[in-house]
Design a protein around this ligand. Structure first.
Ligand SMILES: [Ca+2]
Length: 168
């Protein structure tokens, strides 16, 4: 259900309203109207928009990436950063939802049987052999179960290599 809502949001009008929201957040966090966000401002903006406090590493890398103004993040840079973050965030929650959809017994891992059932819904004509091969490939530590970590790294790999798994 959430996926559908997210998709609706990424439509053109969603794009615009999101941009407005980001501009608003920028303005709200830019204390004294400096025209840029310093470290503290940036942290507040991420909390406001994404609901979590960014790590020191994240803030360091953002601050190291600014070019237009050495003192902090300009509006344009902020908007670019937010759209990259949004895409990554969206992708991550998609992967989580997919995993949850596979994990019907809510065990926190997928057995070959779970995998088989999921495939029989999304790709009923897929040969058994291919399903087993895909399972082995995703089960990176070969313990016979697909943990979320196995699944996530397979999906990240699959993002560059979409044909690797017939899921997306
Ligand atoms: Ca495993």
């Amino acid at each position: 259900m959430c996926a559908r809502r997210e998709e609706a949001e990424s439509g053109l009008s969603g794009e615009e309203s999101r941009r407005k929201r980001w501009v608003k957040a920028f303005e709200a966090c830019d204390e004294d109207h400096k025209g840029y966000l310093n470290r503290e401002d940036y942290k507040v903006a991420v909390v406001m928009l994404f609901g979590y406090k960014p790590s020191k590493v994240e803030v360091d890398s953002v601050m190291a990436s600014v070019k237009q103004n050495q003192s902090g993040v300009s509006l344009e840079e902020f908007l670019n950063l937010m759209s990259t973050k949004k895409a990554a965030h969206f992708y991550q929650s998609e992967v989580r939802q997919l995993f949850t959809a596979f994990d019907r017994q809510c065990r926190g891992y997928l057995s070959l049987e779970d995998f088989r059932k999921a495939f029989s819904v999304v790709a009923p004509k897929l040969p058994e052999r291919t399903v087993v091969e895909a399972f082995r490939e995703v089960d990176q530590d070969s313990d016979g179960h697909i943990s979320f970590k196995d699944f996530e790294s397979a999906m990240n790999y699959g993002q560059d290599n979409l044909s690797a798994l017939p899921l997306i």
